[in-house]
Design a protein. Structure first.
Length: 273
């Protein structure tokens, strides 16, 4: 009798252990399927999916989707802009400013991007006054930044075609008034061609040789030399924009602030625009 009871208990114990292993395996399989599904969703992510997540206030998912698309499919103004909005809503001002700046770099004349960038900047700690410049230089910078490299290049082509027409009237017209108009128009249009190409070249250089960066660390002590033993110069906080003066070292960068102050910072504390 005891042997029968022992045998029955052994069988029940074996069935219980088998059921537990089966449930564990099913749980692991389900978890694996969910993980694969999540990876698949990200891999097949579209901008519309990111926009949908943003509308649902699921900013974490929106950020993941926009970041993935930018990483795999290349830069796009609307993606950087939406990513900046997502980071702003998530409370990460440094990342928001970084992506607004990247969007503005691709489309410098966009007033919405510039407006959101200024709002994000107003949330940062540092309020540093820009070193004064001659009004004419500020006006030139504003003019250059009203359009991107492609737009200025198109303007240059348009002005050149009009220059050809003006030159035609100057050379072949038999009426004096048309010759004068053609001559004056040719001079103005030739200058416009040169200016447009110079501006396009400048904007293209900004895109290729990116020397501006955003502070990513919550607060950073700027050093007088590129090492920890350097003298502490000043402290700046996340979200602040700086210019990289010396990019020759891997772990340290020499930066310059808007007010002209210069110092060294760890590469890990900044992210290039």
């Amino acid at each position: 009798m005891k042997k029968i009871i022992f045998l029955a208990l052994s069988i029940l114990l074996s069935i219980n252990l088998f059921a537990q292993d089966s449930l564990a395996n099913d749980g692991a399989a389900k978890h694996s399927k969910l993980a694969r599904k999540e990876i698949s969703n990200i891999a097949n992510a579209t901008k519309a999916m990111g926009d949908s997540a943003y509308i649902r206030n699921d900013f974490t998912s929106a950020i993941q989707i926009y970041e993935y698309i930018l990483k795999t499919k290349g830069e796009a103004v609307d993606l950087y802009y939406n990513l900046g909005n997502s980071y702003y809503k998530a409370g990460n001002m440094a990342k928001a400013i970084l992506n607004y700046e990247r969007a503005l770099l691709l489309k410098p004349g966009d007033s919405d991007i510039r407006s959101n960038l200024e709002i994000a900047r107003s949330k940062t700690v540092d309020k540093i006054n820009t070193a004064p410049q001659i009004f004419f230089i500020n006006w030139i910078h504003s003019l250059i930044n009203c359009m991107g490299a492609d737009s200025w290049a198109k303007c240059g082509i348009t002005f050149f075609i009009l220059f050809i027409f003006g030159l035609y009237f100057f050379i072949f017209s038999k009426r004096i008034i048309l010759k004068k108009i053609g001559f004056i128009a040719s001079i103005v249009l030739l200058i416009s061609v040169i200016v447009s190409n110079v501006f396009a070249s400048h904007q293209k250089d900004l895109l290729i040789n990116r020397t501006d960066a955003i502070i990513m660390a919550s607060s950073v002590t700027i050093k007088s030399t590129p090492n920890e033993s350097g003298t502490d110069l000043f402290i700046i906080h996340e979200g602040h924009k700086v210019s990289i003066k010396d990019n020759s070292m891997k772990d340290w960068k020499e930066i310059k602030l808007e007010d002209g102050n210069v110092g060294w910072i760890k590469t890990s504390d900044i992210e290039v625009i």
